[in-house]
Design a binder for this molecule. Structure first.
Ligand code: NAP
Length: 272
């Protein structure tokens, strides 16, 4: 049997790490990439898993790693652009550095990895590229303007590539989770401090309370790993894969309700 091969970015924790386990358990060869390979921990003991350094904000290093993994595994069938994080807070309080880092990691990082893998997949006339978006790529919620900007970009670039890569038998897929129990709402969160606490304090507190509530009922990372597996093994041209109950519910409401109703409902839920 032909062993399938996958490369995953941001595999040191959360969804990426769980996805490594999920594919390896199903007999795939996995290139688990992370910016700090010391975080691999017990992934090094899983048969079929190899660890590679890859920081998506470092173009040269990222390209070298992708070429090396391609050579080592004699091709890559699926690439998962998972590396990412969320900047949370009032836009007025965001410095250039925070804005640039959010876009550099979530958008430019994704574009870089795609650009490096594309010539190789195109030559082979097959491949699948799976990009982690979020429900944040389909609707705007308060205090996440930078993160939304990044995930809307991921949605747009992926949908564009759907047509561009179709003639070369390269599939693209978008994964849209809602809240997931990972480091996302903890260690990985980049909190933007308001410029003047008093002006924004009421909305900041209410929104934080709302997000903390939604994260109480967050999906397990395995739910997302399963959605990624469905996308990776699908023969169809389906583009979007919502992952988790909350994602499906929010996306359904967003689709069926008139915009003014949805926004009113959101304000009622958050109490703003
Ligand atoms: N959790 C959620 O609620 C949720 C919902 C929807 C979508 N998502 C998306 O799911 C993806 C994974 O997030 P997660 O929930 O699994 O959070 P996580 O546990 O914080 O994992 C994020 C991963 O991205 C890596 N990363 C960050 N910057 C990087 C860079 N410059 N180069 C390479 N890797 C980098 C982190 O590496 P380090 O360990 O080195 O920091 C970590 O491995 C993200 O794209 C996120 O936007 C998450």
């Amino acid at each position: 049997m032909n062993t399938k091969k996958i490369l995953i970015t941001g595999a040191s924790s959360g969804i990426g790490r769980e996805t490594v386990r999920y594919f390896a358990a199903r007999g795939w060869k996995v290139a688990a990439t992370m910016r700090n390979p010391e975080k691999a921990g017990d992934l090094v003991n899983i048969p079929g898993v190899a660890i590679y350094p890859l920081d998506v904000t470092q173009p040269h290093g990222a390209e070298q790693t992708i070429l090396k993994a391609w050579q080592d595994m004699e091709g890559i069938d699926v690439v998962v652009n998972n590396a990412g994080y969320g900047a949370l807070g009032i836009l007025e309080g965001a410095g250039d550095e925070q804005i640039i880092r959010q876009i550099d990691t979530n958008v430019l990082g994704t574009l870089r990895v795609i650009r490096y893998i594309l010539p190789l997949m195109r030559e082979r006339k097959k491949g699948t590229i799976i990009n982690l978006s979020s429900i944040a790529g389909k609707m705007g919620l308060p205090l996440y303007s930078l993160y939304h900007a990044s995930k809307y970009a991921v949605e747009g670039l992926t949908e564009s590539l759907f047509y561009e890569l179709h003639p070369f038998n390269i599939k693209v897929k978008i994964i849209e989770p809602g809240p997931v129990k990972t480091e996302f709402n903890g260690r990985s969160k980049d909190e933007i401090l308001p410029p003047d606490d008093q002006k924004y304090i009421a909305i900041s507190q209410k929104v934080s309370h709302f997000y903390n509530k939604t994260f109480k009922y967050a999906a397990q990372p395995e739910v997302v790993a399963k959605a990624i597996y469905r996308a990776a093994t699908s023969r169809s041209n389906k583009l979007r894969y919502p992952a988790g109950f909350q994602a499906k519910m929010f996306l359904l409401l967003y689709r069926i309700l008139p915009g003014t109703w949805f926004r009113r409902l959101t304000r009622i839920l958050i109490n703003i």
